[in-house]
Design a protein around this ligand. Structure first.
Ligand code: FEO
Length: 411
């Protein structure tokens, strides 16, 4: 005998409170999010507050607009929505708003002043906007929703929405993860998974904005929060301290005693140098991680760099310059600007003419890395003397990593 009918298909929207419903969308198959390798997909989270004055917090990416509207319609006629809160105008959260505005013609669109500019720039729209600022509130019935701008975490327009009645922080990009899942909370996933993805997300989305993120954390620290509902990934509830402490540490540039060896090689010579450096690091009891820059995506490399104080960057010389993968790495990390004072060292093999290692060293210096030692170059194939020097450099880098992770950074 089959199971008794439950009276229709299950709802796709998910209650996070009896009168607050997740109406976001899970993007299981996205693997490239403007260059971020989203190996576990992502979600675009949005929330419908079913209070006296129905309120929607955030849209979703454009291709998911119909799905979002379907989820809203499971709970309420979309035309009854009175407020659409746009915490952030980037298209992954605002792409459905043109459809939402059409479906909810009575709704005011609430955003920061910068948010309104951002939405107008993207959609050429003249929606019924209402600008909100720090501490602005709206009375939606049982709740007074409060808005707090968090500029540059992620864009100038970013803000969070706080619900003091349910003690929920709708945190926009902050505290999110690119993680598709069939559950809505971190504690419903295998232990550590959400935090692993939160780290990857911070490294690749927020590392270059560490100071504004630290300010955003200060702004929300005064709030009584039981639950954080970010705009990507799963939500956090229960003891929020590990998450907030991790964010504070990443924003400060706290590091572990380890060295990353990042390189590209043509015929294996630079690869041998990388391994010799790693041997020197390991001989000091310090962890070394080797990442080939054509075999690992930059998302993984940036994640490794988030809490790595010392890097060795190697490149064979190709066309009198470093290799293209190394150039891409330098461009990406130059933009992300890891917080704290980091140290670097360059190495690499060359043929009849050098240039790769020296150019890498110069680039690292220009990016603000303290150069631990002059570049180490090898003609064609590293001999025992070069490999010995590489091992020795590894020992020095290990010492630097220990000192820097212990907070002994230069002024
Ligand atoms: Fe998830 Fe800055 O958008």
């Amino acid at each position: 005998m089959g199971e008794a009918s439950t009276g229709g298909p299950a709802k796709e929207s998910v209650e996070i409170r009896p009168d607050a419903v997740w109406v976001g969308c899970v993007d299981w198959n996205v693997r490239d999010f403007h260059g971020y390798a989203t190996h576990r997909g992502t979600s675009y989270n949005a929330f419908l507050i079913l209070d006296e004055h129905p309120t929607l917090i955030d849209g979703v990416k454009a291709g998911f607009a119909a799905e979002q509207l379907r989820k809203i319609a499971e709970r309420i006629d979309p035309a009854r929505i009175e407020y659409i809160v746009a915490n952030h105008g980037e298209p992954d959260h605002s792409g459905s708003i043109p459809d939402l505005v059409r479906a909810a013609p009575k709704a005011k669109v609430l955003a920061t002043k910068k948010g309104i500019e951002t939405l107008r720039a993207h959609y050429g729209c003249d929606w019924p906007f209402e600008a909100v600022a720090a501490g602005s509130e709206i009375d939606v019935g049982r709740r007074r929703l409060r808005f707090l701008p968090i500029p540059m975490a992620h864009w100038p327009d970013s803000m969070v929405t706080y619900d003091p009645a349910d003690r929920i922080l709708y945190s926009s990009d902050a505290l999110g993860q690119h993680l598709a899942s069939s559950v809505r909370f971190a504690d419903e996933l295998p232990p550590g998974l959400a935090m692993e993805e939160a780290k990857r997300y911070f490294a690749n989305i927020l590392m270059g904005l560490a100071k504004p993120v630290a300010k955003a954390l200060e702004a929300v620290a005064v709030l009584a929060i039981d639950e954080v509902q970010p705009a990507h990934g799963v939500a956090w509830r229960g003891d929020l301290r590990p998450l907030l402490e991790a964010y504070a540490g990443w924003s400060r540039g706290d590091c572990a005693p380890k060295v990353a060896i990042l390189y590209d090689s043509m015929w294996g010579a630079t690869d041998r140098m990388a391994r010799a450096i790693a041997g020197g690091v390991a001989s000091q009891g310090v962890q070394a991680r080797i990442l080939h820059l054509r075999k690992n995506d930059l998302t993984e490399v940036a994640t490794e760099m988030l809490d790595t104080p010392v890097i060795a960057v190697g490149s064979a010389t190709l066309n009198n310059k470093y290799m293209p993968s190394v150039g891409a790495f330098l461009t990406y990390i130059g933009g992300l600007r890891p917080p704290g004072r980091r140290a670097g060292f360059a190495f690499g093999a060359h043929g009849w003419r050098g240039g790769g290692a020296a150019d890498v060293s110069k680039a690292l210096e220009e990016m603000g890395f303290e150069i631990v030692a002059p570049p180490l170059a090898a003609a064609y194939v590293p001999d025992d003397a070069v490999l010995g020097a590489a091992f020795e450099k590894g020992r020095i880098l290990a010492g630097e990593a220990r000192a820097r992770s212990a907070g002994e950074r230069p002024a």
